[in-house]
Design a protein around this ligand. Structure first.
Ligand SMILES: [Zn+2]
Length: 136
């Protein structure tokens, strides 16, 4: 007679425990109850749960919120940095011929315009029209 698996299992009603009826596959356990296979199934189950959790809209939303907060902090950091690194100069990247550089007098973050001066006149370029350079 072949040895029986050593695992204790619940009956179909879930009330009583009895010895597994399968024959031994390895180390005193059947294929299903061998600790290696039990652990492999647990890992697979947890991986599936984690994938499901990551795919839920709520989780995605939370992740995006976190990303946005991080970006907002980054933007604020750059704004502060710009305020403290005057003088700034700009080069007009869309003008031909190059009119030379102007000093940035103010930055309007709402309208994305700069107030720049070349000493004689003030100009109001948009961010997309210029490249910024730190220093004189
Ligand atoms: Zn078994």
């Amino acid at each position: 007679m072949k040895d029986r698996c050593g695992a204790m299992v619940l009956d179909s009603g879930g009330w009583h425990r009895h010895r597994c009826r399968r024959t031994v596959w390895k180390d005193g356990f059947c294929h299903q109850h061998h600790p290696e296979n039990v652990e492999a199934r647990r890992i697979k189950r947890e991986k599936l749960w984690e994938e499901k959790r990551l795919a839920t809209p709520l989780f995605q939303l939370e992740r995006l919120k976190g990303k946005m907060q991080k970006l907002e902090k980054e933007v604020e950091r750059h704004r502060k940095l710009l305020r403290t690194v005057y003088p700034l100069t700009v080069k007009f990247i869309k003008r031909d011929p190059d009119p030379g550089s102007c000093f940035v007098k103010m930055i309007n973050w709402e309208t994305e315009r700069l107030i720049v001066s070349n000493g004689a006149v003030e100009l109001f370029p948009e961010f997309s029209e210029v490249e910024l350079y730190f220093g004189e």
